[in-house]
Write a protein that binds this ligand. Structure first.
Ligand SMILES: *[C@@H]1O[C@H](CO)[C@@H](O)[C@H](O)[C@H]1NC(C)=O
Ligand SMILES: *[C@@H]1O[C@H](CO)[C@@H](O)[C@H](O)[C@H]1NC(C)=O
Length: 513
């Protein structure tokens, strides 16, 4: 089987080479790849969640002649206790479309929620869900958004929404994801240069529309495939800040949750993690270990800029993951304690139903656009990017004291903590040795150990207990405490209890004294 795949990938490379001079490169690669994806893996990963998105379905929503950023206040009938004393009608929640510059016809959709805490001072946090091609609404409704969705499709305030401690932006990107769209296929993105340019252009327009927030500290965050997006977007912001081009974004740090950042190292960790967690046996392990050297060699060829070699690496390396899944049976590869049931191994149908209600679409200003929770089109368009190493830009950011938190729920297989911990340790920067020598310390919330941390200077790694891939969904309170400490420049391990409550008590005491 492995040999067959290798033969196929050489054939593919050959076809691509023949095609290089013409515009057929991309369409050929996508179709060929789709038909060649290792059985099982592709189906389970791309598992069609929605209808295939037709890019121009629904026509243009945003007014073509209007300003590039079209934003509106939204009122979504949130029930329950917001946990704050101010009238929640005064909280500003926005949704909007930004017409991306330098594209043919792209509209990027986003939500912006002002902080339930101190919106003037709290940081601005950008969240990106991975996929590639999954809408940030998954995080918004199931992880760290201001509200959760109930079975009767009503919204209730989330006690642990990250909007309690930050002004938070959820973006549907790359174009083709969620409610974002283009009427022109040429706007599809195939790499992080394209992804980060679109995000940066969006952010510039955002801060132009919300100039009061440009001075607030800014953090880039995300999960899963955002292990690619987050370093790329952070790097671009930092570069442009240094060049002095555009509105300065007050970039302070970035956080990656269960991400795919350094594929070479992370693909090696699959078999180790699966063996350690009892998902595979010794014999399976030995067999998989024979495939890895090929994966490693192709991943090295791919590096951070390869093209054809990256597609070959994708085919070879993902066969390791699909072999583990075929041995493991029906496990939820986002949380090995669970079975895979429903689309993407979780049931997000409440969100999908909610986001197709007419009153909701009207409130959001998206016309009759069909929401795409995870777009197979975007996924396939990004396959050349998958195996690229996004760790390479991180050392520069650390040297310039841009803080990085890599965190991972310990029961996730697909972007497991072991692979993440290894690439963080292997990263070559001035603090590498001190980081490697740092001991693991407990991350405590309310006196309980919620995770283990290693940290040195601007770099921290957190292994989160009792959580899978979606940490803020599985451990909402601990995740909020984590992002609070991280964005406030506090150590993750020096506080035994609950720093959010302590801080608010402190500031109340201060203001009343
Ligand atoms: C919907 O569910 C929420 C929470 O479960 C409940 O408070 C509310 O009364 C329900 N609304 C309706 C119309 O059933
Ligand atoms: C909010 O509730 C009102 C009154 O029931 C309703 O007319 C409106 O459509 C609701 N808004 C949304 C976005 O569901």
């Amino acid at each position: 089987m492995a040999l067959l795949r290798i033969a196929l990938s050489f054939l593919l490379s050959f076809l691509l080479l023949l095609c290089l001079t013409s515009s057929c490169v991309f369409s050929l690669s996508v179709d060929t790849i789709s038909s060649m994806l290792p059985q099982g893996h592709a189906e389970r990963l791309i598992r069609t969640l929605n209808l295939m998105p037709v890019l121009n379905e629904g026509g243009a929503v945003a007014d073509a002649g209007g300003p590039p950023l079209q934003e509106r206040r939204i009122h979504l009938n949130i029930t329950g206790d917001s946990g704050v004393s101010i009238n929640t009608e005064d909280l500003s929640h926005y949704a909007g479309y930004y017409k991306l510059k330098d594209t043919f016809d792209s509209r990027m959709f986003y939500f912006f929620f002002e902080s339930r805490g101190n919106k003037a001072e709290d940081p601005v946090v950008l969240w990106m869900t991975g996929g590639p091609g999954c809408g940030s609404e998954i995080a918004l409704f199931y992880e760290n958004g201001p509200f959760h969705i109930t079975h009767n499709l009503s919204l209730v305030w989330n006690d642990y929404g990250w909007d309690k401690v930050s002004n938070i932006i959820f973006v549907d990107q790359p174009i083709g994801t969620g409610f974002s769209y283009s009427t022109d296929m040429r706007d599809m993105r195939h790499d992080e240069a394209g992804v980060s340019k679109d995000m940066y252009d969006f952010l510039e327009a955002f801060f132009e529309a919300h100039p009061g927030y440009a001075k607030n500290e800014f953090f880039v965050t995300g999960e899963s495939y955002a292990g690619h997006y987050v370093p790329a977007v952070t790097g671009r912001i930092h570069d442009n800040n240094k060049k002095g081009s555009g509105i300065k974004i007050n970039l302070k740090g970035f956080a990656i949750g269960n991400g795919l950042t350094q594929p070479d190292i992370q693909y090696e960790a699959y078999a180790d993690y699966a063996l350690e967690m009892g998902i595979i046996g010794e014999n399976d392990y030995k067999r998989l270990s024979k495939i890895y050297p090929l994966c490693a060699a192709s991943a090295k060829l791919c590096g951070s800029k390869g093209t054809i070699s990256c597609v070959a690496a994708y085919l070879i390396c993902t066969s390791i993951f699909s072999s583990i899944l075929s041995i493991a049976g029906n496990i939820n590869y986002y949380d090995i304690r669970k079975e895979c049931s429903g689309q993407l191994c979780y049931d997000f149908s409440n969100m999908e139903n909610y986001l197709s209600e007419k009153s909701v679409l009207e409130a959001l200003g998206v016309g009759d656009r069909k929401f795409v929770s995870c777009s197979p089109t975007v996924y396939k368009a990004m396959i050349v990017d998958w195996m690229r190493n996004l760790e390479v830009g991180i050392p520069t950011l650390l040297e310039d004291n841009i803080k990085l938190l890599v965190y991972a729920g310990e029961y996730d297989l697909i972007c497991n903590w072991l692979g993440n911990s290894r690439w963080v340790t292997a990263m070559d920067w001035s603090g590498q040795q001190s980081y490697a020598a740092a001991s693991w310390k407990p991350f405590k919330v309310d006196g309980m150990e919620a995770g283990s941390v290693t940290s040195y200077g601007p770099l921290s790694f957190l292994k989160v207990h009792d959580a899978g891939h979606m940490v803020p969904m599985d451990q909402p309170k601990n995740a909020l405490e984590m992002i609070f400490r991280f964005t406030r420049g506090k150590s993750l391990f020096d506080f035994p209890s609950n720093i959010i409550e302590e801080t608010s008590v402190e500031s109340e005491t201060l203001s009343s004294s």
